[in-house]
Design a protein around this ligand. Structure first.
Ligand SMILES: Nc1ncnc2c1ncn2[C@@H]1O[C@H](COP(=O)(O)OP(=O)(O)O)[C@@H](O)[C@H]1O
Ligand code: SF4
Ligand SMILES: [Mg+2]
Length: 330
């Protein structure tokens, strides 16, 4: 979480949609519908800040993060990084632009070649972008390892030799090698023991100041997002349902879905914990191929009324900087 006062929008996501075609047919394939994984999301992140995106599994967080990095083609809408429309970039310009935006995964080394040692793994993004000589790449790798708290002696070692926490440090180091402006962290600590989670979150926090990074942090765990984020967006079935500064979301959640998510989190203060009321959501997440009419949350909302099935709630500012999509004020 950054405290400097700079206010410049780095990332601007406008009405983003990512729909995956559902194909069927044995002889002739045809499209029989669409999974509306991301269905009209707009958000901005100021330079040097962290935006936390939460929501249960399947609500479209990863797809949104991947579309921001153009790892997924948007169906509609646009993504701007500074003054560049990322969605309009083609071939060579897109390839070069990718160095400004990187991703940290839940298990960052899971998809990497196990026969490559750390030096090769760290040098690879630089090679792909034709950056530096072998000596310069090694110098950058050394510098980056130091920044993520690993000794230079790990350079000759292989991914399987590391603990989960160390592997995530390596994943972060790899993402840092090209000195990007934006890092999308997708469930960065979900695979780690609770005792290690705090260390990795603190590291992300430190690196943000040191390298002037802007983060989009994706997590289903509200505690992770709270710790890291300046602003928080809550996603449900492809859409944002609430967005506000981090404290405001946790102190005064306004959307029934956010209230339900928060009510499931145990509170450290025993008095607050004693009074905590669980809001149990009915049923499962509906299919994003066929979302409910009106408010998408209505099939599970404890407060749903007739109007909720008929009209989609508008995305409105309920309080200063606090946006919500619900027909009612809670
Ligand atoms: N490549 C794909 N093709 C078809 N459907 C996909 C694809 N990727 C994700 N989905 C679907 O999109 C929805 C959102 O998935 P995802 O973005 O992974 O959600 P989250 O990260 O919040 O768990 C899910 O219903 C998922 O099954
Ligand atoms: S619009 Fe209706 S169904 Fe949707 S969250 Fe609000 S009260 Fe619940
Ligand atoms: Mg995901």
């Amino acid at each position: 979480m950054s405290t400097d006062i700079e206010q410049r929008t780095l990332l601007d996501v406008k009405d983003l949609e990512v729909h995956f075609p559902i194909r069927s047919g044995v002889v002739v394939e045809r499209t029989v519908g669409h999974v509306r994984a991301v269905d009209g999301v707009s958000l901005t992140i100021d330079a040097g800040r962290t935006y936390g995106l939460v929501g249960e599994s399947g609500c479209g967080k990863t797809t949104l993060g991947r579309a921001v990095l153009r790892l997924e083609e948007p169906t509609a809408g646009s993504v701007w990084l500074d003054s560049t429309d990322v969605t309009a970039l083609r071939s060579e310009r897109l390839r070069r632009f990718r160095s400004k935006m990187q991703m940290v995964f839940q298990d960052p080394l899971g998809s990497l070649n196990p026969r490559h040692n750390v030096e090769m793994l760290l040098a690879e993004p630089l090679k792909v972008h034709g950056v530096g000589s072998k000596a310069e790449r090694r110098r950058l790798a050394t510098e980056t390892l130091d920044a993520v708290g690993l000794p230079v002696s790990v350079m000759e070692r292989y991914p399987h030799e590391f603990s989960g926490g160390q592997r995530q440090r390596l994943g972060i180091a790899r993402a840092l090698m090209l000195r990007p402006d934006l890092i999308v962290c997708d469930e960065p600590v979900s695979a780690l023991d609770v005792s290690i989670q705090a260390q990795v979150m603190n590291l992300l926090d430190e690196l943000q100041g040191e390298f002037g990074l802007t983060y989009l942090v994706i997590a289903h765990d509200l505690a992770v997002v709270r710790h890291l984020s300046d602003r928080v967006g809550v996603m449900y079935l492809g859409k944002l349902v609430e967005e506000a500064d981090s404290e405001a979301i946790y102190e005064r959640p306004r959307h029934p879905y956010t209230k339900a998510l928060l009510s499931a989190v145990p509170q450290p203060d025993p008095d607050i914990e004693a009074g905590r009321e669980r809001i149990i959501l009915k049923g499962d997440l509906p299919s994003p191929a066929n979302p409910p009419s009106g408010c998408r949350f209505r099939t599970r909302c404890p407060w749903a009324q007739d109007v909720c099935a008929e009209e989609a709630p508008v995305w409105r500012e309920a309080a200063d900087g606090h946006k919500v999509a619900c027909h009612f004020d809670f």
